[in-house]
Design a protein around this ligand. Structure first.
Ligand code: FAD
Length: 596
């Protein structure tokens, strides 16, 4: 595998809020190398040739078909990407896995099933398994001989996963764990061979176990009747005095939460990547349809309101893609070890970038929901018909805001993790917030004014960071450790954080690409301007909400005046930009920045 071109200077997770980086420090899709692209191409061709023709039968849950499809993917190596070479995997780097995941996402049910076995279903063994467990299971997961599932949720414990009631007790002879309880919503459950099951030892100590299909006392319920991703398997699991060999405990008794949550950190970034692939596809289908369909004597594509939709779908997809590849680049750059050390380090790195992974998850799922919703609208009545691609895309998209931690939970996590890093001295957020407060009291400063093609966006980005520090500083000062109880304020702050990451990632990519000139670079500059302009509006509104929920009277008046000053931004003709961007999409019927 060729070496990846990744930035040398790596920010800490969440560091983007207090540091200023350069375009060359940010990984972008243009940095993906030819080997990594080839992997993506192989995945795309496999899905087009082997999976797409099966969709009608997969949607009807034809017996055994999804398992067969996964095993076929295993035959050409598509299930082995995350498994170390020492255990029969291809141990691809984070960039290659990102490209592969994006290309697999053509059919959401297949992507979810594949992620269930290669991601959340095997990461616990890769990172926390004993040598024996790894040797026994990983080579077979890598080829698809064994398919896997991740079993955390229960009927009464979804977001509140640690409230699980499934219990494990050691058998009197000390040879096995006896499991009792129920799991709910288990992806791949209908056909998986291995189940990563979380249960409380003696009803108290949250722990993880590898359970094999066929274990006595372990049974599956019927397939759930779902709104979307109907081709995927989702079943409840039942444990009635099910004996699990003692050596199938994963990690340590009472440390199951470490296994569960670190696995989700990885899964969340991957979910955002899948959503990116889906957003591009919705754009492509919408563009083709808008050109074919005529109304009032001309193609839909010629109407301003349709162009506005295509333009905005592209703008949000671009911002998402810029964030996703930047995060993948940071994760990849931070892993320097090899062999067994690499696995240990990779887990620490995933924890380091857990904030960015949550951002991928939330921004990914909401971008995709926006794109498929606008896609349905562009298709009109045909968007509402199951014979056309948008109806399924719309149904399939909705789950992404719910699983892998709902978007509400992830929004709260983003701020909780930032606060933890600030309190622990990992991120200098507290001194930075104090500095902004002092600066605002002392009136306008004499900072260097940004220059160059993106001067206004650069200025907006710097000001947006100050807005966050102003609003977050005020909220922390007032509520302190009780801030987490103020969920609406936390969510507003989280939205500001996500927009800052999106502006910076989009801007750095556009700056990096500017040198290459040409139409694509000009369109990228357009997209970056429109995104930054709108994001500054959102940021001002969210900060205003947070401040109004925090302060009152003269203090609030002063803070809102400061906010207005910070969030001021020059007008941009976003109507003209969306039209130009839509024209770029319509010219080639696809997302215009592929590989750029
Ligand atoms: C198709 C599908 C596949 C799935 N696959 C898997 C799988 O493979 N493995 C697995 O373990 N699980 C799986 N899940 C379960 C999924 O992870 C949970 O549904 C999800 O975590 C939400 O839990 P819940 O459904 O119990 O909702 P709840 O936790 O009851 O949440 C309901 C609502 O309340 C909100 N809420 C909850 N707590 C809070 C809070 N503290 N503050 C504010 N709002 C809150 C939520 O955001 C949500 O909007 C799957 C679910 C589905 C539908």
């Amino acid at each position: 595998m060729a070496t990846t071109t990744v930035p040398q200077v790596v920010n800490r997770g969440g560091g983007f809020l207090v540091t200023s980086n350069k375009a060359e420090d940010v990984f972008t899709p243009a940095d993906v190398n030819s080997d990594q692209r080839l992997i993506g191409q192989t995945a795309a061709e496999f899905v087009a040739k082997e999976i797409v023709p099966l969709i009608p039968d997969l949607e009807k849950h034809k017996e055994g078909l999804m398992a067969q499809a996964l095993k076929k993917a295993g035959e050409i190596g598509l299930l082995s990407a995350g498994i170390p070479e020492a255990y029969g995997g291809s141990e691809l780097d984070k960039i290659a896995i990102t490209v592969l995941t994006e290309k697999i996402s053509t059919y959401a049910s297949f992507a979810v099933a594949l992620g269930g076995t290669t991601g959340i279903g095997s990461i616990p063994i890769v990172y926390f398994g004993t040598e024996e467990q790894k040797k026994k299971y990983l080579p077979k997961i890598a080829t698809g001989e064994l398919l896997s599932a991740y079993c955390l949720s229960e009927p009464q414990a979804g977001s509140d996963a640690l409230a699980a009631r499934t219990r494990a007790v050691l058998s009197p002879d000390g040879k096995s764990w006896i499991l009792n309880g129920q799991k709910m919503w288990i992806t791949n459950g209908g056909f998986a061979d291995l189940f990563i099951v979380f249960a409380k030892v003696d009803g108290e100590k949250f722990s993880a176990f590898i359970v094999e299909r066929g274990t006595p006392g372990f049974s599956l319920g019927a397939e759930e009747n779902k709104m979307g991703i109907r081709g995927s398997s989702t079943v409840p699991l039942f444990f009635e005095n099910a004996p699990v060999p003692k050596e199938n405990l994963l990690h340590e008794v009472g440390r199951g939460h470490i296994v569960a949550f670190n696995t989700l950190n990885a899964g969340r970034h991957t979910l955002g990547v899948s959503c990116l692939g889906g957003s591009k596809r919705a754009l492509e289908d919408s563009s083709k349809y808008a050109k074919e369909r005529t109304a009032f004597g001309k193609p839909l594509a010629e109407f301003g309101l349709i162009k506005a939709k295509l333009g905005e779908m592209t703008i949000r997809t671009y911002a998402l893609e810029s964030m996703i590849y930047r995060t993948a680049g940071m994760i990849e750059a931070a892993v320097s070890a090899s062999g067994a050390e690499k696995v240990k380090q990779a887990m620490q790195v995933l924890e380091e970038y857990a904030i960015e992974s949550s951002i991928s998850k939330v921004m990914g799922s909401e971008t995709l929901d926006f794109c498929v919703d606008e896609g349905v609208q562009i298709f009109g009545g045909y968007g509402y018909h199951e014979d056309y691609p948008m109806a399924r895309a719309y149904r399939d998209s909705r789950i992404n805001r719910i699983f892998e931690g709902t978007n509400e939970i992830n929004r709260m996590l983003i701020i909780q993790m930032l606060m933890k890093r600030a309190m622990g001295g990992v991120l200098p957020l507290i001194p930075a917030a104090k500095k902004v407060a002092e600066e605002l009291l002392s009136g306008p400063g004499f900072e260097e004014t940004p220059a160059g093609a993106f001067a206004e966006e650069e200025r907006s980005l710097a000001q947006a960071k100050k807005v966050f520090l102003l609003a977050a500083g005020a909220a922390v000062e007032k509520f302190r450790e009780r801030l987490t109880d103020q969920q609406e304020i936390v969510a507003s702050l989280s939205n500001v954080v996500m927009d800052i990451y999106a502006i910076e990632s989009s801007l750095r990519r556009a700056q990096k690409s500017a040198g290459s000139g040409g139409q694509a670079a000009a369109t990228m500059a357009d997209v970056t301007r429109a995104f930054t302009y709108d994001a500054m509006d959102h940021i001002e509104k969210e900060a205003r909400t947070a401040l109004a929920g925090t302060a009152a009277g003269d203090t609030l008046t002063t803070q809102l005046a400061a906010l207005r000053r910070l969030a001021k931004h020059a007008p941009v003709d976003t109507i003209a930009i969306r039209r130009r961007v839509a024209d770029a999409v319509l010219a080639q019927d696809r997302y215009p920045f592929e590989g750029r």
